[in-house]
Design a protein around this ligand. Structure first.
Ligand SMILES: [Zn+2]
Length: 88
């Protein structure tokens, strides 16, 4: 599974100073965000654990499961008290 490397608009490479040449991608297994510069080959990585603004695509993975939510009892017409059969 290849990570999606996306260019970050407005980010300047700290090594060569080129703008819009830095890509970023997530390594979810290692909980790291990697960056690299396509101009000079600069690489960087930082932990996503301490990231203040995690990417929105990660928030869907921690959606709480409401499995313990009580289901209200509803009357179901399984037993028809009249047992009337309407044959048309
Ligand atoms: Zn660079």
């Amino acid at each position: 599974m290849q990570p999606v490397k996306r260019f970050i608009a407005g980010v300047v490479c700290p090594k060569c100073g080129a703008s819009d040449s830095v890509r970023a991608w997530l390594d979810e297994a290692a909980e790291l965000q990697h960056r690299d510069c396509v101009d000079c080959g600069y690489e960087d990585s930082l932990s996503t654990k301490v990231q203040v603004n995690p990417p929105s695509e990660l928030t869907t993975r921690v959606t709480p499961v409401s499995a313990s939510e009580p289901t209200p009892a509803q009357p179901i017409n399984i037993l028809d008290p009249g047992l009337r059969r309407t044959d048309h």
